[in-house]
Design a binder for this molecule. Structure first.
Ligand SMILES: Cc1cc2nc3c(=O)[nH]c(=O)nc-3n(C[C@H](O)[C@H](O)[C@H](O)COP(=O)(O)OP(=O)(O)OC[C@H]3O[C@@H](n4cnc5c(N)ncnc54)[C@H](O)[C@@H]3O)c2cc1C
Length: 392
């Protein structure tokens, strides 16, 4: 039986596997990371490459390694490919961050901890302590389980887009696991739907790639914020009061209002606005009510306010991730079988060590009601690691 099974090997699961083995003394052969992809952080790399983001939103001290200055020292020693960091917050370039992740994984042999596969069930072990995690290739037994499944497998498809997706219409989601921006044709008209940083980054990337005509359609005026939430949420300034709130539904309301959904950082907003004053890129404000498609041919969208129509050769959704609890039906079954507590939004109610049930821990979105609005971010992984390590 394993001591720890981490389900999900993205930023969160990989960082936790490093902390538990290198810092908490869990023997390597007693810990495994179960993930469907052959490499650590596969979804991170795919999503960030598809957006074309050149620099992270977070600072140099947020990364996979234990030492907060590891990425800074790595850049000083090794980096020769362009500007390693951007202002403000000394944000690493995506290439630098990816190289550092590979370096940390290689130096600490984190790949060797991985098992390729997918959890499809979770239950108590019969007559033994611990858990059984079901996978299509058979059960895995572990004394403790950490759910680090992220939200990257649930891109948000608005209802009209979900209907269209059933046909062969050329509609894509930037975070769909099968999507590759490099395969997108550049000729004709590309309609990007979304109002936040991802939509802005994708518009910039397609413009740079030479796309013939791009329209960025957003529902609201630009919401300009440097970060996804106030920096006070990374520490005690906001977290102390949040974590003392006894009402979990009130915590959900705080998280929802504190996260700047659909926000664009000031520099990106300025650059996008400048480019949109030239040809090839238009920004429109409005909401699509209906989109008609004829096979793989052009799509005709009509606006809910009746403001004319838009004809496009393809639609790319940059509408983020669905808000519901990640994990889907297998986790819902486990919640019922194990009697796990959830707030009315469906998210876990956990203790200060992010324990949902004895020996069952969570991180990422599943820890949102305990950590707050930064739970999904890299800093959220680092905080979760501190809290889980204290109980490990
Ligand atoms: C484009 C983009 C840019 C971002 N930039 C930043 C940034 O600059 N700074 C920052 O702090 N945050 C950023 N974030 C937010 C956050 O850090 C990332 O989303 C990060 O990838 C989250 O890591 P994760 O491990 O929680 O989730 P994921 O990356 O989604 O990893 C979860 C893993 O679990 C796997 N999994 C899911 N279900 C199962 C199952 N049943 N069994 C086994 N495995 C399973 C998934 O396939 C995946 O490999 C960004 C997010 C996106 C989308």
């Amino acid at each position: 039986m394993l001591e720890w099974l981490i389900v999900g090997g993205g930023v969160h699961g990989t960082h936790l596997s490093h902390v538990l083995t290198a810092q908490c003394g869990v023997p390597r052969h007693r810990l495994r990371v179960l993930d469907p992809w052959p490499e650590p952080l596969a979804r991170w790399h795919a999503c960030t490459q598809n957006t074309g983001m050149a620099y992270l939103r977070s600072s140099v001290v947020h990364h996979l390694a234990l030492d907060p200055f590891s990425l800074k020292h790595f850049a000083e020693r090794n980096w020769t490919e362009g500007q390693p960091f951007a202002h403000p917050y000394k944000r690493p370039s995506s290439a630098l961050f990816a190289a550092h992740c590979r370096e940390v994984a290689h130096a600490h042999q984190l790949e060797g901890l991985r098992l390729e596969g997918r959890a499809c069930g979770l239950r108590h072990g019969a007559g033994t302590a611990g858990y059984v995690v079901e996978t299509p290739r058979g059960p895995l037994y572990a004394r403790r389980v950490l759910l680090a499944i992220g939200a990257s497998e649930q891109p948000h498809w608005p209802a009209w887009a979900a209907r269209l997706r059933e046909s062969p219409a050329p509609i894509h989601h930037i975070f769909d696991p099968l999507f590759d921006r490099q395969q997108l044709p550049l000729q004709g008209h590309t309609l990007i739907v979304g109002g936040g940083i991802t939509a802005a980054q994708v518009a910039m990337a397609l413009y740079r790639d030479g796309a013939e005509e791009i329209t960025l359609l957003r529902r609201h005026a630009a919401r300009v914020h440097p970060l996804d939430s106030d920096p006070g949420w990374m520490g005690p300034k906001h977290q102390t009061a949040f974590q003392a709130m006894p009402d979990w539904d009130a915590r959900r309301a705080v998280v929802n209002s504190a996260r700047h959904r659909g926000a664009v950082p000031p520099r990106l907003h300025r650059r996008l606005t400048r480019i949109a004053q030239r040809e090839r890129l238009t920004i429109r404000q409005g909401e699509l009510a209906r989109v008609c498609a004829s096979g793989k041919g052009p799509l005709v969208g009509t606006f809910s306010d009746g403001a004319g129509a838009v004809v496009a050769d393809r639609i790319v959704l940059a509408t983020g991730f669905a808000r519901h609890r990640p994990g889907g039906s297998w986790l819902t079954r486990a919640i019922h079988a194990l009697g796990l507590s959830c707030a009315s939004c469906g998210y876990p109610i956990v203790d200060a060590s992010l324990q949902w049930h004895p020996g069952l821990f969570v991180t990422g979105p599943l820890a949102e009601l305990a950590i707050g609005p930064v739970a999904r971010n890299i800093v959220g992984a680092r905080q979760a690691a501190l809290q889980i390590a204290a109980a490990a």
